[in-house]
Design a binder for this molecule. Structure first.
Ligand code: SF4
Length: 409
């Protein structure tokens, strides 16, 4: 199969169109906020707790996106809910399935206030025994990491908690990952055996520049009475927003990943420019203080392999020195090219040498297999439709991928 065989479905059948003035969504509200929203619409105080618990179950356990399916809620209450609220999913502008099974969705969200509809990308990566959903936290990004495609798209706005969570709900819909809707009412659904078993906040944007919405969305995603993802299976990746790192551990309690990519400040200033504000010394100190850090709960350091830039054995040595004493795992990421970049991926032999060196120092250092490169779904390749490649650029890029990687089999 060639990269040209990736399947693209533009707007799958039955998907909603983006409403221009949507009603407020119940998705992404805390229980307290949902209760207040119901009270404002006349639900009696003594009923609120029960109604919130019913809605929570329908929305997050069963994945219902239509109030009419909530059969244990009286018809007049369902009418009131329909009139004032929504639980609809975002519009799917495009769904692509890579020849390695990776899926990428381009999603459109309605305008907020005076703004315009916005588009973001979400990626699902199936692996042996697990499936990881890579979720976006912002539309575009204000940081300009020089190896990252998203970094070339200006920041449009932060996503809301509803929009962050909707990416997970929509992926579960499309993957058939909500349980049979005939299960007994109120039944708990085990978190094991689901297609989306892990989530990573590693899509478009810097999650710690949108702390409150990310926190709210992740607390709902890990709520034991709802989506029930284990906090150990949720990873938040930051480029190094030092002042928010401690709060992340304390208030959200998920696993932490750092987009490291360089072990010297002069080089990291170029690859990850936020380093000029929060240099390596401060970043590593913040990592050491991360709540709950232990050998069983290590920090993942992401390291993109860029040919002749950061891939020497000197760099590997520097990496080991830098992380000394930090319970760490190092993910080596072969650079995923995108149109217009000047970087190249390190040679495979060099990546292996680098990995062996780190391994022999006692660090787990898996080389992350590139996934979904043919649909630009791999790490650092996301960029939404608002600024996407024109068709001619895409064809030229696909031709380059075939020439460089020999992906025909
Ligand atoms: S790597 Fe992350 S923080 Fe850096 S530009 Fe890309 S999306 Fe933004």
């Amino acid at each position: 199969m060639s990269v040209m065989d990736a399947v693209t479905i533009t707007k799958p059948a039955g998907q909603p169109r983006t409403e221009l003035s949507p009603k407020p969504s119940l998705i992404g509200l805390s229980r307290e906020e949902m209760g207040n929203a119901l009270r404002q619409r006349g639900v009696a105080d003594k009923q609120v707790k029960m109604r919130v618990s019913q809605l929570w179950n329908w929305i997050y356990v069963r994945g219902i996106s239509d109030f009419d399916q909530m059969v244990n809620i009286a018809k007049d209450m369902r009418e009131m809910l329909k009139q004032h609220f929504t639980i609809a999913r975002p519009e799917i502008v495009e769904e692509q399935v890579s020849n390695d099974g990776t899926r990428k969705w381009l999603l459109r969200f309605p305008p907020r206030g005076a703004g315009r509809p916005v588009e973001v990308e979400t990626v699902y990566i199936p692996e042996e025994g697990r499936g990881t959903l890579c979720i976006s936290s912002q539309v575009g990004c204000s940081l300009t990491c020089s190896f990252c495609h998203t970094g070339t798209q200006r920041l449009v706005r932060n996503l809301t908690a509803e929009e962050i969570l909707s990416q997970l709900l929509l992926a579960r819909d499309r993957l058939g990952d909500f349980p049979d809707r005939d299960i007994p009412l109120g039944a708990m659904v085990p978190s094991e055996g689901r297609k989306v078993s892990n989530i990573v906040m590693m899509g478009m944007g810097e999650p710690l520049y949108n702390f409150d919405a990310v926190k709210q969305a992740l607390l709902i995603a890990t709520d034991g009475d709802g989506l029930s993802l284990s906090k150990r299976r949720v990873t938040l990746s930051t480029s190094g927003v030092v002042p928010e790192i401690f709060r992340t551990g304390e208030e959200i309690g998920v696993m932490l990943a750092i987009s490291l990519h360089a072990v010297r400040d002069d080089l990291r200033d170029i690859l990850v420019p936020i380093n000029k504000k929060y240099p390596l010394k401060e970043l590593i100190e913040a990592c050491r203080a991360y709540p709950g850090l232990s050998n069983a709960r290590r920090i993942t350091f992401e390291y993109v392999m860029l040919k002749d830039v950061n891939d020497s054995l000197e760099d590997a040595k520097g990496l080991i020195q830098l992380l000394k004493g930090v319970p760490a795992k190092i993910n080596l990421i072969p650079f995923n090219p995108w149109p217009g970049t000047n970087y190249q991926c390190s040679d495979w032999a060099q990546i292996e040498k680098f990995a062996d060196f780190i391994n022999s120092a006692g660090y787990a250092s898996p080389i992350r297999t590139p996934r979904g490169r043919d649909i630009l779904a791999a790490c650092g390749q996301l960029k939404s439709e608002s600024e996407r490649m024109r068709k001619t650029e895409r064809l030229a890029f696909e031709a380059m991928m075939i020439a460089n990687h020999g992906v025909d089999d």
